[in-house]
Design a protein around this ligand. Structure first.
Ligand code: NAD
Length: 473
């Protein structure tokens, strides 16, 4: 029997791009320019731990310069390779275009198992990596702006900012050189939760579409729908907790490295997050049964399966086991191109990564704007709006002779704080992008899935930018 050869992550992304590009009318040269990575910086730098030196392999790849700055997270993982970072950088270009964030795509990767290093060692590596980026002009608020990704968070972003500032001490917009920073260090409220919250908004919007739900035998609405999540890190934990708390979804399975916690009556997500924080694992958690098989998480019968760990976790070897009706790609590239063919034939709806996890870059954009404007969102208009609303409520009371309760008055007059505005901007962005993609899917006869529709939408926007520049008339 002929053995099926699975494309790697980069090849999967390129195959998906080619499939969608063939359905557009753009010239070959223009599509080639959109497809290829524009700048690749591979580095090896030494870091001294005690008396020993360790040479660290790392990357920063800018996929597209059609807009500046370029933007994309930094990943700390032992699986980092040039092709992995190229794939992630390419996805960033299309992600930014889909959600109308005016950046080119980029990504960084440091090939380390971050769990094996102390905090001091991680700080040394992060600072040295930043110096390498500065030396080659691969970082700066108008050049290339990193953010957190797998294995990194606000702590690493704070180190990056501090290192950058040491070298760019007179640069007025220096704090915009990186996003995902702690709020106290020029970050923005709502960034840490942003990717998971965006995932929730995307899933909720799909579930509102009566025609799509009817086709897969589900009733519309997220409330009561069963969900299984792989990866209880930043993205997975916020997706789980927000889907439960705001959408009333039932989280019945959560998978980590050491196994899957399964509870058909619903897992207490907050308790599991705290348990993992204290114990570094999910096994032993008293609120569910532990499934030990590597692929057990994807065999659980559920409505929505959410891979939120790493790429290629659903592949041709295990895709047949999937019993979900929807796969919501919170991670980047969790479904290989070959597995996708099989899953689509089974009638499963796949919400693609480049759309679904775009909440992170959307709020990073808000943070960058905040940094460039040197002012918190809501500072100028919060009180003004509250006073205007209060005048209106007072007028209604006077005209009707009826009193509005204190609680209702508070609700009706509230002005937007930074967190309210960030969430509102994120929701607007995710809903808008969903309907743009759905419109392409419904309008184009040959387009039957959300990934192809998303790629076409993104390619058209990037192509439009190049044509505006007059490079490809
Ligand atoms: P993270 O490091 O915070 O968490 C990832 C979690 O997945 C960890 O708890 C890890 O133990 C777990 N994990 C890894 N491999 C696993 C496996 N095989 N089985 C079960 N669990 C596994 O990372 P994150 O920031 O949540 O990123 C997760 C994914 O989301 C990545 O693909 C990343 O590129 C993507 N993403 C992240 C952001 C962001 O803002 N952080 C934005 C967009 C996309």
């Amino acid at each position: 029997m002929k053995k099926l050869v699975e494309p790697n992550f980069y090849e999967s992304v390129m195959q998906n791009f080619d499939k969608a590009a063939a359905l557009t009318n753009h010239a070959k040269g223009l599509l080639d320019q959109i497809r290829e990575c524009n700048s690749i910086y591979q580095m090896n730098f030494p870091v001294k731990f005690g008396n020993q030196y360790e040479v660290i392999e790392a990357y920063r790849i800018q996929h597209s310069h059609h807009r500046a700055p370029t933007k994309g997270g930094i990943r700390f993982s032992e699986h980092v390779s040039q092709e992995e970072v190229m794939a992630l950088a390419a996805l960033m270009t299309f992600k930014c275009a889909l959600v109308d964030v005016p950046f080119g795509g980029a990504k960084g990767g440091v090939k380390i198992n971050h769990k094996k290093y102390s905090v001091d060692q991680l700080e040394k590596i992060t600072r040295r990596y930043t110096v390498e980026l500065i030396r080659k002009g691969f970082i700066g608020p108008s050049v290339d702006v990193p953010a957190p990704d797998y294995g990194t968070g606000s702590r690493e972003m704070a180190w990056i900012l501090d290192t950058y500032r040491t070298f760019a001490k007179d640069e007025i917009d220096a704090v915009g050189c990186v996003t995902g920073k702690p709020v106290a260090q020029n970050g923005i409220r709502g960034r840490t939760e942003a990717t998971g919250r965006g995932v929730y908004y995307g899933i909720r919007e799909l579930l509102k579409q009566e025609d799509e739900m009817k086709a897969i035998g589900l009733t519309p609405g997220i409330a009561g729908k069963t969900m299984v999540i792989q990866g209880l890190g930043n993205v997975g934990s916020y997706t789980a907790s927000i889907s439960k708390e705001e959408g009333d979804a039932k989280i019945i399975g959560i998978a980590e490295y050491d196994g899957t916690i399964y509870n058909p009556d619903g897992i207490n997500v907050q308790k599991l997050i705290s348990y993992k924080k204290s114990n570094g694992k999910v096994s032993g958690f008293p609120g569910g049964k532990l499934l030990k098989g590597k692929d057990d998480w994807l065999s659980i019968k559920c409505d929505i399966l959410v891979p939120a760990a790493l790429e290629s976790t659903i592949h041709i070897g295990n895709a047949k086991k999937v019993k979900a009706k929807i796969i919501a790609e919170a991670a980047n590239g969790p479904v290989t191109a070959k597995a996708e063919e099989l899953l689509l034939k089974k009638g499963i709806i796949i919400l693609p990564d480049m759309y679904l996890n775009a909440g992170g870059v959307t709020v990073s954009y808000f943070e960058w704007l905040k940094n460039l404007s040197h002012m918190r969102f809501g500072r100028m208009d919060k009180r003004f709006n509250e006073n205007t609303n209060l005048n209106l409520v007072n007028l209604v009371e006077k005209m009707t002779g009826k009193k509005v309760s204190k609680a209702n008055k508070k609700l009706l007059t509230k002005g937007g704080d930074e967190i309210d505005l960030v969430r509102s901007g994120l929701e607007e962005t995710m809903l808008n992008a969903f309907h743009n993609i759905r419109e392409v899917k419904n309008r184009r006869k040959k387009v039957n899935d959300y990934r192809a529709a998303a790629f076409i939408n993104a390619i058209d926007k990037v192509a439009g930018d190049y044509m505006m520049m007059g490079i490809f008339p």
